[in-house]
Write a protein that binds this ligand. Structure first.
Ligand code: NAD
Length: 476
């Protein structure tokens, strides 16, 4: 459903139209009863079928939106990942839905207790442009597995993919089951102000703040999947070839437009020159030529391209050394290493979200840990090294949304691992069972036994009640 289309010939204000859609979903949710296992699996199956049937159209839409998006990257990071989240949820949902037995305190025995997972109702999902299919569908999989209905607001910066998403969803789902609402900031703001049962936002930290403020008015719980500066720390004992290859691969995937891309590198001063030489060589080996290279993705639009160029210029003007692996073509930006950067530069203060990589030398590992802890809490941290003690020190003395040892990015594709940030990189988590739980109410239910001792506590409190209370207080 496009708000632009809806506005034609209609005088109804935007928020009223969106409210009606939400009310229709909430009514249907209560009218039809909470979704059972068969319906949840069927809905998940529809997402899977939709992606499989439209695979080539999806690849073409994202390619057109980016003005060049690698087919293999779309297959890996949008199609494969979405299908694997569907497969994982279909395989797990029967178990996740089951009431979960909890231990009973001796004082309340023989009563029993369980947690009963229930759908929250109608979820709102707001998604960004960088992985326009996955970022819309992956939370939707969690919402549907948990038995909810959902409204999805994809990014205005990938309009072909958003339109395709709306068409595909409309073919597979009724309008009161799942709906796609298209539009930009105005629609996003109206969307975030709706009284959803849960609001799931993926995007920038700044917009995340606005979304949470809007949700607060309705006391709508939020999950915020935000960005930030994810460090790659190379320990002194690391295999430098392994580290460089992994960091360059992770940084250049989707041209660095990945929330968990390594934002900058911290490495021992002594390895700086070797790192630079190897990184530039690996980038050229991976992408010998950027012109017409089908493997290398473009920066999504001119505004993002200009933002990155501005960051590079800002670093240069302030005295940084900038080295590029090859020559950029159109909106294809080569790997750009930034050396001698300072805290005053935008590359060190803002999330980069492109193939620009500050390389920052450290004196000892504690200084690297101090650097990370001196900044905002990152979405991911990558630690490269062979010595277990070094790796453990890094992992235990820093906090991040997730971490990978001796590689980067890959944790985001593992459905059995929860995914989410901490601090300014986000709150809440999803993927797999945690995604199911994000969109569920785990309702504690106690079953009182026919034979129980509650009668002892009937007022007026006599000797038996007092003796029981004394006994309860005596427990260690
Ligand atoms: P963005 O925050 O600009 O936009 C995200 C979505 O929010 C879009 O659909 C947009 O239309 C909508 N929006 C804009 N203003 C709004 C408002 N006032 N109220 C409600 N919605 C509004 O982000 P982006 O530029 O599309 O994406 C890039 C950012 O997303 C980066 O910071 C990146 O790190 C982050 N990201 C995070 C994850 C994650 O899983 N943590 C994944 C992908 C991207």
């Amino acid at each position: 459903m496009s708000m632009a289309h809806m506005a034609d010939g209609q005088s109804q204000p935007l928020d009223e139209t969106l409210n009606e859609l939400l009310r229709a979903m909430q009514t249907a949710h209560l009218r039809d009863g909470f979704a059972d296992l068969a319906l949840r699996c069927d809905r998940l199956g529809r997402i899977g079928a939709m992606v499989r049937e439209n695979q080539n159209t999806i690849i073409a839409a994202i390619d057109a939106d980016f003005g060049g998006r690698s087919r293999e990257e779309t297959l890996l990071a949008e199609v494969f990942t979405t299908l694997s989240s569907v497969r994982h949820a279909k395989g797990g949902v029967a178990k996740w839905m089951r009431p979960r037995r909890r231990a009973m305190d001796l004082a309340f025995k023989p009563a029993r207790a369980t947690l009963l997972p229930q759908p929250l109702g109608v979820a709102g999902i707001i998604s960004p442009w960088n992985y326009p299919l996955l970022m819309a569908l992956s939370p939707l999989v969690g919402a549907l597995a948990a038995g909810n209905r959902a409204m999805v607001k994809p990014s205005e910066f990938t309009p072909r993919t958003s339109e395709l998403l709306a068409e595909m969803i409309a073919k597979k789902f009724t309008a009161d089951e799942v709906a796609v609402v298209q539009g930009g900031i105005e629609v996003g703001a109206a969307f975030a102000a709706l009284p959803f049962d849960h609001l799931f936002f993926t995007g920038s930290t700044n917009v995340g703040r606005k979304v949470m403020a809007a949700a607060a008015a309705n006391l709508t719980p939020v999950t915020l999947e935000l960005g930030g500066k994810s460090p790659a720390i190379i320990a002194p004992d690391a295999n430098l070839d392994v580290a460089v290859t992994s960091i360059v691969r992770g940084k250049l995937f989707n041209a660095g437009q990945t929330c968990v891309a390594p934002d900058y590198v911290l490495l021992p001063q002594a390895q700086l020159d070797a790192f630079v030489e190897k990184a530039l060589a690996v980038a050229v080996r991976f992408y010998p030529d950027l012109a017409d290279n089908p493997d290398y993705s473009s920066i999504v639009n001119q505004a993002q391209f200009d933002r990155l160029q501005g960051m590079i210029r800002d670093a240069e003007t302030q005295g940084a050394r900038v080295l590029t692996a090859s020559v950029g073509v159109g909106r294809k930006l080569p790997l750009t290493l930034v050396l001698d950067s300072t805290d005053a530069m935008a590359v060190r203060r803002e999330e980069i979200f492109g193939p620009v990589l500050p390389v920052i030398p450290y004196g000892d590992l504690d200084a690297a840990i101090g650097h990370v802890n001196g900044g905002e809490r990152p979405l991911a941290l990558y630690a490269y090294g062979r010595d277990r003690a070094n790796i453990d020190r890094v992992l235990r003395s820093t906090i991040s949304g997730g971490a990978v040892v001796n590689d980067c990015l890959i944790h985001a594709g593992v459905e059995a691992l929860p995914f989410g940030g901490v601090g300014t990189s986000g709150m809440g988590q999803y993927h797999g069972q945690e995604g199911f739980e994000t969109f569920s109410k785990l309702k504690p239910v106690m079953y009182q036994s026919r034979l129980n001792g509650m009668w002892v506590l009937n007022p007026p409190y006599g000797a038996k009640a007092k003796a029981l209370i004394k006994l309860l207080l005596k427990r260690p």
